[in-house]
Design a protein around this ligand. Structure first.
Ligand code: 5AD
Ligand code: SF4
Length: 509
């Protein structure tokens, strides 16, 4: 499908959304719904890099005198997409508001990773109905990962007709057109491309903070783990060119940002899609290492593509932080096989060993899913034993949630929900135990803290993070905000550390 057909098929809006009977037939005729089947295809088409995003004359001032609100669910990729959309809103003349009652446009930037993430969004869509009734001029939009799912779009069309716009993760740059269509049409505007778009380099951004910034290095995922919806909602792997990334990081450094997080769903596959050169994440990190910015992180890693060269580069240290988030998902090789993770327990352990040998101070965190279809008690115990063996600093833990359209959702599952819940509890107990033990090791140590601001609970206290993402609270001058200071840890808690500023740090300020 070419660009023209794609737009033609998606821009038309249905004219009779009240008549539910003919509804689906009508929609099929006039717009292109998202299709998980199409999203699964991985074509050979070259990724096109575009540098020509601009707000066209017809949309200038579209938002003058109006306010926007974006509610963000899910991962950092979504948070960063919200910054891009906020940039587009601002370029259109809108100003941001934090209250729904004030807003002229409300967007829900959604996450599809688990059912409870989706339930939250449907709850919120329901709440917004009353607001829309009070103020029919309010525009409500649903975007992000959920809008890439056919079932979600169908449900919104059928049950939530107060929604004005649905657009997908590949359509963010089309926000001005979508808003303009929504103002002109009384009907729901739906624009969801199932196939990924091009990489657009010059989108505006309204970054949330002045200290830490996110930088996309790649989009999409080709791994197709059997439980995961991301390869469908985010499309195929497309890497940004290194020179664009380096330029963005340099600019952020020059404007005073202290910490950069390089973002991608599967950052270790960075560069694999380049046809003209051999260039991977290790090469990119080796260049970013030379930029004058205090801290550089990256997320999320896939153990399968984590190569020796990357470890070698990370071991050079400097601004490359010694904290690696390395999702393992399960400690059982059999379950990993069913998950199609393409590594087993031994391979993961070998990788951990290599990382710890090359970077002795490295701390590892992870993601774990319990209750994958038919996971046995023994297999779950293997996850516990592996957790103990690696001694992760902490973990995000989840109960498996079937996602429609993924291979795992078709697997028969004999594990009752109570068993899954009990496993999660048991795992969390272990995670907390080891976290608490690791936190205790900080007592008496001096750590470097990037100070982010006042503590949420006490404005007299400052709060910031260590290179390993440990939250530290301490008393210090407000001038330390935005700086990296040395703090002596006086007390460890399970999830945070209390400390006092070390003397050299006072001199720094
Ligand atoms: N059910 C539960 N957890 C999931 N994750 C991804 N898909 C699912 C699912 N279907 C978890 C994985 C991943 C993290 C972002 O979310 O652990 O690493
Ligand atoms: Fe959620 Fe994944 Fe989408 Fe992020 S990319 S918002 S984790 S579904």
């Amino acid at each position: 499908m070419n660009e023209k057909q794609r737009l033609d098929s998606s821009q038309v809006t249905p004219s009779d959304k009240k008549s539910e009977k003919d509804y689906s037939k009508y929609f099929q005729a006039v717009y292109m719904p998202p299709s998980l089947k199409d999203a699964k295809k991985r074509g050979k088409e070259e990724v096109k890099y575009q540098n020509d995003f601009k707000i066209s004359e017809e949309f200038r001032g579209l938002g003058n005198g109006k306010k926007f609100l974006i509610r963000t669910y899910g991962c950092q990729m979504n948070e960063h997409d919200t910054e891009v959309m906020a940039g587009i809103f601002t370029a259109l003349g809108y100003v941001a508001t934090a209250t729904a009652e004030d807003a002229d446009v409300i967007l829900l930037n959604t996450c599809a990773i688990r059912e409870n993430a989706e339930n939250k969004v449907f709850g919120e869509i329901g709440h917004l109905k009353a607001l829309k009734r009070e103020r029919p001029g309010l525009l409500i939009g649903v975007c992000g990962c959920m809008s890439q799912e056919e079932s979600v779009v169908n449900r919104i069309m059928k049950k939530h007709q107060h929604v004005d716009m649905i657009f997908g993760t590949h359509n963010i740059h089309r926000l001005p057109n979508i808003l303009s269509d929504a103002y002109m049409s009384k009907e729901m505007v739906i624009e969801v491309w199932s196939k990924e778009g091009d990489v657009i380099e010059n989108l505006p951004r309204e970054r949330k903070g002045k200290i830490k910034a996110w930088v996309n290095i790649m989009f999409g995922c080709d791994k197709f783990c059997t439980y995961c919806i991301v390869p469908y909602t985010r499309g195929k792997e497309r890497s940004r060119r290194p020179e664009e990334i380096i330029h963005e990081v340099r600019q952020l450094a020059a404007s005073g940002y202290k910490e950069i997080t390089l973002l991608g769903q599967n950052v270790n596959a960075y560069g694999k899609d380049f046809e003209d050169m051999e260039y991977g994440l290790g090469d990119l990190m080796d260049e970013i290492r030379k930029i004058d910015v205090a801290r550089v992180r990256f997320t999320t890693s896939h153990p399968r593509d984590f190569d020796d060269y990357l470890i070698e580069v990370l071991a050079k240290g400097g601004n490359l932080l010694d904290h690696i988030h390395l999702p393992v998902q399960s400690g059982s090789s059999e379950v990993l096989k069913l998950m199609a993770r393409k590594y087993d327990r031994e391979k993961y352990m070998t990788l951990v060993k290599k990382i710890k040998e090359a970077i002795p101070t490295a701390s590892l965190t992870t993601d774990i899913i319990v209750g994958f279809p038919n996971e046995t008690d023994e297999q779950f115990e293997e996850t516990l034993s592996m957790y103990r063996e690696v001694e992760f600093d902490s973990a995000y833990t989840f109960i498996y949630s079937p996602r429609e359209g993924t291979p795992a959702a078709k697997m028969q599952d004999n594990v009752p929900m109570e068993v899954k819940k009990a496993r999660l509890q048991k795992l969390n107990k272990l995670v907390n135990e080891i976290s608490a033990k690791k936190m205790m090791e900080y007592e008496g140590q001096v750590v470097e803290v990037l100070v982010e601001g006042e503590s949420k609970n006490n404005p007299e206290v400052l709060a910031g993070y260590t290179s390993k993402s440990k939250l530290v609270n301490f008393r210090g001058p407000k001038s330390a905000i935005g700086e990296i200071v040395k703090v002596k840890i006086t007390k460890a808690k399970t999830w945070s550390l209390d400390g006092e500023m070390a003397e050299e740090a006072l001199e720094v300020n």
